[in-house]
Write a protein that binds this ligand. Structure first.
Ligand code: PBG
Length: 340
């Protein structure tokens, strides 16, 4: 055994005068200086509605999430989220039939208008948001009308305007176009105003990336494209300046709220859009983010409650006012317990 040579004496560092730990010493101190907070009213619960009676069809890759029919199944779901203080839902519809233009999206008796009417009478105070995209309704699974193998931007705008009016008529408070068509906000605003829905708001999926994190959603909504992918209309994950171009455009077209999607891998984008605009900003905590947390939690590898609340708080810290999340009901329940 060899003895280590004696270490040279280190110069003495002065004792720190600034000590951030002083304000972390007790729970009361920590609570007093806490900067950001998550409240149930800031969470939006996504719901997948389908035709049929007494249907509750679980989504394999999204434990706890199911396609539900518009009857007591939907009522039960909504009652449980109202109980924990959630006041807003975003609806996705599973149509009976799909066709080239996605007709059920603008059918006044389609899946979304039916769900809206039931929810309006069940819970008049609930904020109802509808996703206006075509991909759940088209036979090819793309987010608009095709011309050849490409989505025809301007033909799709007309479809979006019609769907917006139909959803507004059935009771939607906020219309949320997610198809990343150029000019979609202006087209929807014009259609709504023309039909006397000037007071209904538009939440633009302004900054939406072509992301692999949407995988489980496409199983839930049956909206996987039949060929190709969405890179001709959704954004390249390599780009951040372009996010500001998209946000500015939608602001100028009359968007009332902006969204960044996905959330966790795009917190820098949320922060950048927050600095750019004073409009309310929404983060979409997407299906793949949810699936990863659920899978790790099921294996006992993470503390689900803490990981979920920490992730949602990170979106608020980045600058999101509201968060669309599949964790909504559970997270709101935990927040209520923590508040007791
Ligand atoms: C429709 C739409 C998608 C999502 C929300 N609206 C899928 C997509 O663009 O392919 C994804 C939501 C999620 O992953 O949770 N276009």
């Amino acid at each position: 055994m060899t003895l280590l040579p004696e270490a040279p004496a280190l110069p003495l560092a002065p004792a720190p005068t600034v000590r951030p730990r002083r304000l972390r010493r007790t729970a009361a101190l920590r609570a007093m200086v806490s900067e950001h907070r998550l409240r149930p009213a800031q969470l939006v619960a996504p719901l997948f509605v389908c035709h049929g009676t007494s249907v509750r069809r679980p989504i394999g890759s999204m434990p706890g999430v199911a396609q539900i029919s518009i009857d007591s199944m939907l009522d039960r779901e909504v009652e449980s989220l109202l109980r924990v203080g959630i006041r807003s839902v975003i609806l996705f519809g599973i149509p009976a039939n799909k066709d080239a233009v996605g007709s059920e999206n603008f059918d006044p008796d389609g899946i979304i208008p039916r769900a809206l009417r039931r929810l309006r009478s069940l819970a008049p105070e609930l904020c109802l948001i509808t996703d206006l995209c075509c991909c759940e309704y088209t036979s090819h699974g793309h987010c608009g009308v095709l011309r050849g193998d490409e989505v025809d931007n301007d033909a799709t705008l007309e479809v979006l305007g019609r769907a917006a009016v139909v959803h507004a008529e059935a009771g939607a408070d906020i219309l949320a176009p997610s198809g990343m068509m150029d000019g979609m906000v202006a087209a929807i605003r014009a259609a709504l105003d023309r039909d006397n829905f000037a007071e209904r708001a538009i939440l633009s999926y302004a900054v939406k990336y072509a992301s692999a994190f949407y995988g489980p959603f496409r199983e839930a909504a049956g909206s996987t494209p039949a060929f190709g992918d969405r890179r001709q209309y959704q954004m390249d994950p390599a780009n951040s300046r372009e996010a500001l171009t998209e946000a500015r455009l939608d602001i100028s077209e009359g968007a009332d709220l902006l969204m960044v999607k996905p959330a966790l891998a795009y917190l820098d984008i949320i922060a950048a859009v927050r600095r750019e605009s004073t409009l309310p900003l929404v983060a979409y905590n997407v299906s793949g983010e949810y699936a990863m947390v659920k899978a790790a939690a099921a294996k006992g590898w993470i503390d689900e409650r803490k990981v979920v609340l920490e992730s949602l708080l990170s979106m608020r810290r980045a600058g999101a006012d509201m968060i669309i999340t599949y964790h909504a009901t559970e997270a709101a329940g935990w927040l209520m317990e923590d508040a007791l």
